[in-house]
Design a protein around this ligand. Structure first.
Ligand code: HDL
Ligand code: ZN
Length: 418
C-alpha cells in the first residue's frame, strides 16, 4: 500500500491502526530529563512501581501507616506495591496496567511475574542506552521536559552548562513565581535578582531579567504553570500583576506560548506527598476567555483537570485561534475519559488539537502511556473516517498519515510557529 492508495471500508480499520501504531510522537508535557540531569531521570521497574499514582493505590489496598511506608526503601516500597496490587489483586487500574504493558513491551515474560528477574536484567542497562531503547519501543521521537530554575537539583546542571540531547526539549515552569511569590521572592534575591515583595517597576524589570536569562539558558518551547481551580484573571493579586506585566510581554517578545494547566488542588492529603494532590471542583473558563480575547498576540496552551470543564474548553478553543488545548491530564488519563474527550475534541476542533501528552515521570512510562492512547486514537479516527466514507468521501493512506502526524505533535509545532 502506498500513500496514494485509496482506502476502502474493508481496508480502513487495518490502515488506521497501522498508521497510528507506527507514527512518531512529539510528547509535549513530561517530567522526564535529558540523561545529563543524572538521577533526576527516573527509569526502571522500581521507579515504575513506586510512581505516585501507585502509591495512592497501594495505600487504599494495604493497611499500612504513611510513616511506615515512607520509612521503607524504594525496593521495599516496590515489593509491597507489586505484592499488593499485582499478585494479591489483578492489576486492572490504568496505572497498574501500564506497568504490565511496559514490562511486556520491553520483552519481559510477565506471565512469570518474576520481579527479581526484571531487576537483574535492568542492572545491565545504562541510562543512555535505556533512553534509546524506550524511545524506540514507544516510537516517541521527542519529549518536552518540565524545567524548574527553583529546583535545587536541576538548577546546578543548567548553570554548569552541558551538551543537550535534542530529543529532550525544554519548558520553563514558573509555579514558584505565580503560585508562591511571597515565599520565593527571597530566593530570587539570593539568585541575584533585586526583586521586592511588591510587584513594582523594579521588581517587574528584575523578573523580566530572570525570565530572559532562563529563556536563553533553557530555550523553552513554552512557559508553564499549574493553577488551582480558583484561578482568576484579571484580579487584584500579585499573580495577576506578574502575568500581566511579566509573563505575557515576555512570551510575546520570544514568540512562545504560555501554558496554563488548570484545576489541581495541591496536597489535599499531604501524607501521600507527591500523590497528595487532588481534584475538588471544576474551574472557570473566564480567565482563559479574558486572556485569549484581550491578548490576541499571545499564544495559550491550556489543559484542564476536571472532566466537567472539557466541553466548555473545546468550545472556547473554537472561539480563539490563539488557544491550543492539549492532553488528558493526570486523573483524566484513563481510557474511558480519553475516548470521551478525544471524540469530543475531534468533533468540535477537527485536527487543531493535541489530544494527548504523557506526563511521564518515569522514562519507561512512555511505552504504556502512548501504547494505550494509540489504541484509543485508532478506534476514534476509524469511526470518524468511516463516517466520511459513508458520505462518499475519498481518503488515501497519505492523508491519514498527514492527519495523525498533526494529532501526535504536528499541530503543536504549527501552533508554536504561528
Ligand atoms: O503539575 C503537573 O505538571 C502535574 O502533571 C503533576 O506533576 C502531577 O504530579 C503529575 O505527575 N501528573 O501526572
Ligand atoms: Zn505534569
Amino acid at each position: 500500500m502506498n500513500l496514494h492508495t485509496v482506502i476502502t471500508k474493508a481496508t480502513l480499520e487495518k490502515t488506521v491502526c497501522n498508521v497510528v501504531e507506527t507514527a512518531p510522537v512529539f510528547d509535549i508535557h513530561t517530567h522526564l530529563y535529558d540523561a545529563a540531569f543524572g538521577d533526576l531521570l527516573l527509569w526502571g521497574v522500581d521507579e515504575l512501581l513506586t510512581y505516585h499514582y501507585l502509591v495512592a493505590e497501594v495505600m487504599r489496598a494495604e493497611v499500612i501507616g504513611y510513616d511506615e511506608f515512607w520509612k521503607m526503601s524504594k525496593t521495599q516500597q516496590a515489593d509491597l506495591i507489586w505484592q499488593t496490587l499485582f499478585i494479591e489483586r489483578s492489576p486492572v487500574s490504568e496505572a497498574c496496567r501500564g506497568v504490565v504493558t511496559c514490562l511486556n513491551q520491553l520483552g519481559f515474560d510477565v506471565k512469570k511475574r518474576d520481579l527479581a528477574a526484571v531487576r537483574k536484567e535492568l542492572k545491565r542497562w545504562t541510562p543512555q542506552r535505556y533512553i534509546n531503547r524506550v524511545l524506540e519501543v514507544s516510537r516517541v521521537e521527542r519529549v518536552v521536559m518540565t524545567n524548574n530554575p527553583f529546583d535545587p537539583l536541576e538548577r546546578p546542571v543548567w548553570l554548569k552548562d552541558f551538551v543537550r540531547d535534542e530529543r529532550f526539549a525544554a519548558a520553563l515552569r514558573i509555579d514558584e513565581l505565580l503560585m508562591a511569590w511571597d515565599a520565593n521572592a527571597p530566593r530570587l534575591r539570593e539568585m541575584g535578582y533585586k526583586v521586592g515583595s511588591d510587584i513594582n517597576d523594579k521588581t517587574v524589570s528584575e523578573v523580566r531579567r530572570f525570565l530572559d536569562e532562563w529563556t536563553h539558558r533553557v530555550q523553552p518551547l513554552y512557559l508553564a504553570v499549574s493553577l488551582t481551580p480558583d484561578f482568576a484573571f484579571p484580579e487584584d493579586s500579585k499573580r495577576s500583576q506578574l502575568i500581566e506585566r511579566c509573563i505575557l510581554p515576555h512570551c510575546r517578545e520570544y514568540g512562545i506560548p504560555f501554558a496554563l494547566m488548570i484545576g489541581v488542588s495541591r496536597q489535599v492529603n499531604p501524607a501521600l506527598r507527591l500523590a497528595g494532590d487532588g481534584l475538588v471542583r471544576p474551574s472557570s473558563l473566564d480567565p482563559i476567555v479574558h486572556l485569549c480575547a484581550n491578548h490576541p498576540e499571545n499564544k495559550f496552551l491550556v489543559t484542564m483537570l476536571s472532566r466537567e470543564n472539557q466541553h466548555a474548553l473545546c468550545v472556547t478553543a473554537r472561539k480563539f485561534p490563539n488557544l491550543h488545548i492539549f492532553g488528558c491530564w493526570w486523573f483524566l488519563n484513563d481510557p474511558s475519559l480519553i475516548e470521551e474527550m478525544t471524540r469530543m475534541r475531534l468533533e468540535l476542533l477537527g485536527l487543531s488539537v493535541t489530544p494527548q501528552h504523557s506526563d511521564c515521570r518515569v522514562l519507561d512510562q512512555l511505552i504504556y502511556k502512548w501504547d494505550h492512547f494509540r489504541r484509543i486514537l485508532a478506534r476514534v479516527l476509524t469511526d470518524k473516517y468511516r463516517d466520511l466514507l459513508d458520505a462518499g468521501w475519498k481518503l488515501t493512506r497519505g492523508e491519514i498519515e498527514r492527519d495523525v502526524h498533526l494529532l501526535l505533535g504536528g499541530e503543536f509545532e504549527r501552533f508554536l510557529a504561528r
